[in-house]
Design a protein around this ligand. Structure first.
Ligand SMILES: Cc1cc2nc3c(=O)[nH]c(=O)nc-3n(C[C@H](O)[C@H](O)[C@H](O)COP(=O)(O)OP(=O)(O)OC[C@H]3O[C@@H](n4cnc5c(N)ncnc54)[C@H](O)[C@@H]3O)c2cc1C
Length: 497
């Protein structure tokens, strides 16, 4: 039986950053990924000669000296990433149904000035909310890492509602909505979204939001290069069927081919409900624990519509556009011509060869109830009704997007779509949830999962742990790795890289 120091299950961002950290610190690591292509939600794929991204579209805190930049520097990938900084004067534009448009700008001063230009009487309130957001974001700054901590606490922000906090500072309801209009990035929900999650994500984009040039696959590939250069291994086409326990220890894993592989540590980056369903010979956890894992609420899915454009038809726009049907930015429910469209995020992918874009991606939040009737179907075998629904839904999304950008219609050459069920069957995330488990500010202790499990040599990581996204998932990897390497040691290594 092959044996490693660490087996990391899953080759998405969580698995890869975990493996890159541990291998960099001298451990013998194997990543096992079920698919033949690495990356999970980082994966790019090709259709009709264009590069389409599965998930990751833009990443914050990438300015030199900011936290994501620091992590990528430590991981050895920052200099090789092809990135484009989004428009500093307005990286996220929000288009409301009443015809008004507002934006979030980079840098707190510019961010506040831009909003105060529309709401001058709120300048002081805008600045005080900005200070709060900055305080939250700075809980994980490079300076904190250099102090030997991955995070400087934040429990009080995890138990504070983002919606409530915005309302506490800002008087105008419209301006409250503008502050939270990036809610598609965290599946924002009026009741559950914490100030911690909102603040981390909003702060990170104010501190330097960048898009991947030519696709996000490059990040996965660069991390694999680092893992291999550090002496680690990545095994593709290796779906983990079981984590075999002996008492309170994970003895080995079994992959679908039947091969068993042993390790001193097993780390799973899969959704927690999936991870714990893999346990074999479990004597550690009681039934109630599995019920709890399986009943933890998951974030909504995202229906992705890829518009492949005619050559040189639309110039690349260096910003993201959030199109709102329902101006309740905290809701994923809306009605557009009989379909559930509350909002759509329109992203263009920069490419290195042209000032034109060849792909426009429309990301539409989709509550589980919209597609639950097809829950029991599998990829390529979901029946005619599903195909018809998918086509008609994507047509409605395109129609909705064209109501804001009429020039899009004539530029479309072909359309590809991915429903949340496509994501579910690809990443194994239950219900195709976009961002893993919902972290609920009303009861943070129940939904915030520790990296440590009751199996003494098994840890978990991935987007369900702390917060999701490029930043949240990478920080979670550091938290998980610190269980093996020690927090002070690892934090200082990252902070001083
Ligand atoms: C549509 C969409 C848009 C997004 N946009 C952004 C964005 O713009 N910016 C941002 O920061 N974040 C974004 N995110 C979130 C971000 O992509 C995720 O938080 C992050 O990539 C999650 O990484 P992960 O490793 O936890 O999970 P995943 O990427 O899901 O990786 C899990 C991996 O495990 C593998 N796996 C599953 N089961 C097994 C098994 N049994 N054996 C072996 N391997 C297995 C899967 O194949 C997959 O590769 C987006 C997400 C979605 C869905």
């Amino acid at each position: 039986m092959r044996e490693y120091d660490v087996i990391v299950i899953g080759g998405g961002l969580g698995g890869l950053t975990t493996a890159a950290m541990l291998s960099k610190e001298g451990l013998g690591v194997l990543v096992v990924e079920q698919h033949s292509v690495i990356g999970g939600c980082l994966q790019s794929f090709s259709r009709a000669g264009r590069t389409l991204d599965t998930g990751m579209h833009y990443v914050g805190s990438l300015d030199n000296g900011e936290i994501m930049h620091q992590y990528f520097k430590y991981l050895g990938v920052i200099d090789s990433l092809k990135l484009r900084k989004l428009d500093e004067n307005g990286f996220d534009h929000f288009h409301f149904s009443d015809g008004t448009t507002y934006c979030h700008a980079m840098g707190y001063e510019r961010f506040a000035e831009t909003l105060a230009a529309h709401f001058p009487e709120e300048l002081g309130n805008i600045e005080s909310l900005c200070r709060t957001i900055e305080r939250v974001g700075n809980l994980i700054s490079p300076a904190i890492l250099r102090e030997g901590k991955i995070s400087n606490g934040g429990a009080e922000y995890m138990a504070t509602s983002a919606y409530g906090e915005i309302g506490r500072h800002i008087r105008s309801e419209k301006l409250q909505r503008i502050f939270a209009a990036n809610s598609g990035l965290y599946a924002g929900d009026r009741l559950t979204t914490s100030l911690y999650e909102y603040g981390m994500i909003t702060h990170s984009n104010i501190k330097g939001a960048y898009a991947f040039v030519d696709g996000s696959q490059q990040l996965a590939d660069l991390l694999v290069e680092q893992i291999v250069a550090n002496g680690g291994e990545v095994q593709l086409g290796a779906k983990v069927a079981k984590i075999n326990l002996n008492g309170a220890k994970a003895e080995h894993i079994t992959i679908e081919s039947g091969e068993q592989i042993a390790a001193k540590w097993v780390i799973s980056s899969l959704h927690p409900a999936v991870t714990f369903s893999l346990l074999e010979n479990n004597t550690v956890y009681k039934k109630a624990f599995f019920s709890r894992m399986n009943s933890m609420p998951n974030t909504y899915g995202i229906f992705t519509t890829y518009l492949l454009l005619k050559p040189q038809s639309i110039k690349y726009i260096n910003k993201n556009n959030y199109l709102f049907n329902n101006d309740d930015v905290w809701s994923a429910t809306g009605n557009y011509k009989g379909h559930n469209i509350a909002s759509t995020l329109l992203c263009m992918q920069p490419n290195s060869s042209s000032e034109y874009t060849d792909v426009v991606t429309l990301l539409t939040p989709m509550p589980h109830a919209v597609y639950e009737q097809w829950n029991n179907t599998r990829f390529a075998d979901r029946g005619v009704g599903y195909k018809e629904w998918k086509e008609s839904f994507s047509e409605a999304v395109i129609d909705f997007a064209c109501s804001f950008y009429p020039e899009l219609r004539g530029a479309i050459e072909r359309v590809y779509t991915a429903s949340p069920l496509t994501y579910r069957d690809y990443t194994a995330a239950p219900l195709g949830c976009a961002y893993g488990v919902v972290k609920d500010c009303r009861n943070p202790l129940v939904t915030l999962l520790p990296a440590k499990t009751r199996i003494e040599n098994m840890l978990i990581t991935g987007q369900s742990l702390n917060i999701h996204g490029c930043l949240g998932t990478t920080v979670s990897s550091a938290v998980t790795c610190s269980e093996i390497l020690g927090t002070e040691y690892l934090a200082k290594k990252i902070g001083n890289a």
